[in-house]
Design a protein around this ligand. Structure first.
Ligand code: HEC
Length: 420
């Protein structure tokens, strides 16, 4: 049986209209072919960015994709809505692309940059947007003409930024600094942070910052530390705010909602058994996304699941073996069907005996195309013994290792059985 995402992509790619059989309010959004790391919402739409290099604009009520953009060379790492239905996407390729709803190409795009974009926000007057890069720089782009200004803002990667109502920009980075910048980009306030910040969002004139030590700390606009909330001892990795709430998620998939005024913890719920990489919310729903590639929807009030619970990708291969269990973490990005390259990675159909980067029709990285490896049970096992970063440097596959030799053997045994 084919995974349920397959016919979806088929329809989307051939341009045919695709509607889920029974549209339900609050239904989960399925269609990305890899982990989802960026989310934004308006009352009518959801915008998502994925490791599969696509950004998808979804009709919220119908729970279906209305537009699938393919532009970035690598992971889509940040997304936001602009005025009048337009939106912006940013990626691992360091590019920012501005889209009118319904257009096949961006109406404006910046050049490739040497470093990836990690955070993005649009100023309250919608005339400027700011992108924070892994090398510590911030790029401000004035709209609509697209004038670019680069600023060396932090000495390590930017992990969060957001505009205040005044038009000042606030940023946090791996250098454990919080900085507030005037519109002319002179520093107006700064603070040293007690731990590594993983994200920032503005909430009622205060700054919510999530940390690797499991704390959500509030700061004043001038950088003074306000209440700290130790939500967990696991790293907090995603954050979103609305007029009423602050929501944060930990690496173990737990989500917390706090009242934005009283800063009291209102509820928490387990949204996933893996990390949540992106959150969005409004007065009715909380949306979560992460490794599985499915965007899940929850009632804001009590965290009740609004969609159906089980991500589908791996289910069809589940024959109860250890190898099938390990394959689950691969299936979000790889299919075993011939020519099915609609996920973040190539199909692994017929992988044994093939030269690296030779599945027809998949857009491999230059790094992989230049390598000289034949995939065998031995080399695939080695790929996960040493990890893609070491074994195939420059690969777009995220680094992951399978440390137990028995697990590597189970994976290649499963692949030998199912990839033909
Ligand atoms: C988050 C997405 C993602 C996950 C998870 C993932 N991969 Fe990959 N994989 C990729 C991408 C993207 C490429 C192509 C990389 C490039 O072009 O640089 C790739 C390439 C490969 C290749 C080389 C294919 C070829 O045609 O040369 C193999 C083999 C592979 N992956 C196996 C696996 C296995 C086995 C797992 C699970 C243990 C896994 N991958 C998990 C994204 C992923």
């Amino acid at each position: 049986m084919r995974p349920a995402v397959w016919p979806f992509w088929r329809a989307a790619l051939t341009g045919a209209a695709f509607t889920l059989a029974a549209p339900l309010h609050g239904q989960d959004l399925e269609g990305h072919g890899g982990p989802v790391g960026a989310l934004a919402v308006t009352p009518d739409h959801v915008l998502s960015g994925s490791f599969d290099t696509r950004a998808i604009l979804w009709d919220r009520a119908q729970a279906r994709a209305v537009e699938i953009t393919r532009f970035h060379d690598g992971n889509v790492t940040a997304v936001a809505f602009l005025q009048g239905g337009a939106f912006v996407t940013a990626g691992q390729d360091g590019r920012i692309a501005l889209w009118e709803a319904g257009a096949a190409r961006p109406y404006l795009a910046t050049d490739h940059a040497p470093s990836a974009i990690a955070a993005l926000d649009v100023a309250p007057d919608a005339r400027t947007l700011a992108a924070g890069f892994r090398d510590g720089q911030i790029l401000t782009l004035s709209l609509p003409e697209g004038v670019e200004r680069w600023h060396q803002a932090h000495s390590d990667r930017i992990t969060g930024l957001g505009y205040l109502a005044s038009g000042d920009l606030v940023s946090v980075g791996g250098d454990q600094r919080l900085m507030r910048w005037s519109p002319e980009f002179s520093p107006r306030a700064q603070a040293t942070l007690p731990a590594l910040p993983n994200g920032l969002a503005v909430s009622q004139g205060r700054l919510a910052v999530i940390f690797a030590d499991g704390a959500l700390r509030m700061y004043s606009e001038t950088g003074d530390l306000l209440p700290e909330h130790f939500l967990t001892d696991r790293p907090l990795v995603a954050l979103a705010t609305s007029a009423m709430d602050i929501v944060a998620a930990a690496i173990d998939g737990t989500v917390w909602r706090l009242d934005a005024t009283a800063l009291t913890q209102e509820m928490s719920f387990p949204a996933s058994d893996g990390p949540i990489w992106a959150l969005a919310l409004d007065d009715s729903e909380i949306l979560t996304a992460g490794h599985s590639g499915v965007i899940r929807r929850w009632a804001r009030e009590d965290g009740a699941a609004l969609g159906r619970a089980d991500p589908q990708q791996a289910a069809s291969f589940d024959d109860g073996s250890r190898g099938a269990e390990i394959w689950r973490s691969c299936a979000v990005c790889h299919s075993l069907e011939p020519d099915d390259h609609n996920r973040a990675g190539p199909s692994l159909h017929g992988i044994f005996g093939m030269r690296i980067a030779s599945q027809p029709g998949f857009d491999y990285s230059g790094a992989l195309r230049d390598m000289d490896i034949i995939w065998t049970e031995k080399t695939v096992a080695e790929l996960f013994e040493y990890g893609p970063d070491e074994y195939t440097p420059g690969s777009r596959m995220p680094d992951q290792r399978i440390s137990d030799p028995a697990d590597r053997a189970a994976l290649v045994e499963f692949l030998a059985r199912t990839s033909e």
